[in-house]
Ligand binder design. Structure first.
Ligand code: FAD
Length: 408
């Protein structure tokens, strides 16, 4: 049995960054980075942006070149799925039965795309957008595709719709809720993006329930809605969230449910086992102390840094301000903080100029900003979120005054 001082399971953003940060912090022990994908660690955000639009080849979205991992003596074990964890024996077992021992385990497995369960969900032409393989499959089918139905009006569905429209496809976007981005943004932002997509030719349908996927000869031909209408499409993209990949850890006795529960140092309830990234359920001061999972590169990288520090003698609780971005058409959205639970949203600027910010308040305090083509607000708003600034809504609404001048 091979044994490493640190075994990282999941070679995505969080796992790769943990290995990088450990070496940056001069950790000299052995490190294995085990992932079930065949590729070296790569950036996931471009999968629904520049990689899908073919503006960036795969080599340009690698997190680090192959030489880096060799130089840093990080053993990359790819195409290897870990299926069990034995916390007492300090070892993991792969799907092929290989056992690998660890001193410390870092669980960084992200999640798998939530799938539809209705009839036809497994027809050829129905795609998720989570891995390079998903997107390569989808791209391979694009030449024979005229009409695409996107199910889910979250960031990934909207980004895919934007790229595919630009590629000349006829896109219908189906959202079950009354507005897109309903879980993550205030209503003005949702309405803005709905209007933008419609202006670019996307048929955005809200409050629309999917009955099933229909097909012929094993291939999708459309999506049947609850009212009986069939929206035709040679391709269906499903972007309805992820299920955290934590089964092996929970089976080993770790506390959790929708993710694996971690403390402020990203330690799970199992000895010498940490969890980071999309799969880590943590209490967040930016969510009023609620236990949440954050699905963002920021969270993956910052939790990786927290663990790397903890393992090299610096116990610094995870308290990073959440941030996120999304690119659709020529719109660059940058968000800071978490808007969930806001009781007021203040608009800075004019939606019609396509450069504005929404500032979210709770009990008079700034808790988040969504900035569209407004990088200055994003950069300056960060301090307001970090400090929970109290600023009168009328002042925040005055786009002529920079946010940094409003900080107390
Ligand atoms: P992942 O990057 O998903 O890595 C987990 C890895 O573990 C995967 O390779 C997985 O296959 C592997 N794995 C799972 N289970 C096992 C197992 N049992 N054994 C071995 N390996 C396993 N975030 C932003 O901040 N901005 C964006 O614009 C943005 N856009 C996105 C667009 C797309 C299409 C997607 C899919 C995500 C996007 N995100 C974005 C989210 C961001 O990519 C994730 O939050 C980030 O990748 C999380 O990192 P992670 O390491 O936790 O998970």
């Amino acid at each position: 049995m091979r044994t490493f001082d640190i075994v990282i399971v999941g070679a995505g953003h969080a796992g790769a960054q943990a290995a990088i940060a450990l070496r940056q912090r001069k950790f000299e022990g052995t490190i294995a980075l085990i992932g079930d994908e065949p590729d070296l660690p790569y950036e996931r955000p471009p999968l629904s942006k520049e990689y899908l639009s073919q503006d960036k080849p795969f080599e340009r979205i690698l997190l680090r070149p192959a030489t880096f991992w060799a130089e840093k003596q990080v053993e990359i074990i790819s195409s290897t799925r870990i299926v069990t964890v034995d916390a007492a024996a300090h070892r993991v077992t792969s799907a092929t039965g290989e056992m690998i021992g660890y001193g410390t385990l870092i669980w960084a497995t992200g999640g798998s795309p939530r799938r539809l369960t209705c009839a036809g969900h497994d027809l050829a032409g129905v795609h998720a957008v989570r891995t390079r393989a998903d997107v390569d499959r989808l791209m391979g089918e694009l030449p024979a595709t005229t009409r695409v139905v996107v199910i889910g009006g979250g960031y990934i569905g909207l980004e895919a719709a934007a790229v595919l429209t630009k590629l000349g496809k006829q896109v219908t976007l189906l959202e079950a809720l009354p507005r897109v981005l309903a879980r993550v943004a205030g209503e003005p932002l949702s309405r803005f993006y709905e209007a933008e997509h419609r202006a670019h030719g996307v048929d955005v349908r809200l409050e629309t329930q999917v009955e099933c996927i229909v097909g012929e000869g094993g291939r999708v031909t459309g999506v049947r809605l609850a009212d009986g209408e069939v929206v035709p499409g040679e391709m269906v993209i499903v972007g309805i969230g992820i299920i955290p990949a934590v089964e092996p850890l929970l089976a080993a006795g770790a506390t959790g449910g929708n993710g694996v529960a971690v403390d402020a140092l990203c330690h799970t309830s199992l000895p010498d086992v940490f969890a980071i990234g999309d799969c880590a359920l943590h209490e967040s001061a930016f969510a009023a102390g609620a236990s949440i999972r954050l699905e963002s590169v920021q969270n993956a990288n910052d939790q990786a840094a927290t663990v790397a520090k903890a393992l090299t003698g610096v116990e610094e609780p995870y308290a990073a301000v959440p941030w996120f971005w999304s690119n659709q058409y020529d719109l660059k959205l940058q968000t800071v903080g978490l808007s969930t639970g806001h009781d007021r949203a203040v608009l800075r600027g004019d939606l019609a100029t396509r450069s504005f910010s929404l500032v979210y308040l709770k009990d008079g305090r700034v808790i988040a900003l969504d900035c569209v083509n407004a990088t200055k607000d994003y950069v300056q708003g960060r301090a307001l979120v970090a400090g929970g600034a109290t600023i009168a809504p009328e002042r925040l609404a005055d786009a002529a005054v920079p946010l940094k001048e409003m900080a107390a």
